[in-house]
Design a protein around this ligand. Structure first.
Ligand SMILES: [Zn+2]
Length: 60
């Protein structure tokens, strides 16, 4: 499986995968993870704000 969180694949994304995290308001951080913020509203957030579910899936 190709990695989508690092390397050149980011360059194809708008602003090279970076932006302002809607949860912690950090600027210039990579927004590579999806998180459901409001029932069925999904937003791209930084790795610090990704859902607990995703953390479990990836291990450690
Ligand atoms: Zn964040």
């Amino acid at each position: 499986m190709a990695t989508t969180t690092r390397g050149r694949v980011l360059w194809d994304q708008p602003n090279r995968g970076r932006g302002t995290c809607p949860v912690c308001n950090r600027t210039g951080i990579k927004l590579l993870y999806e998180r459901v913020v409001d029932h069925d509203v999904t937003k791209q957030v930084c790795k610090n704000c990704r859902s607990k579910k995703q953390l479990k899936k990836q291990g450690t």
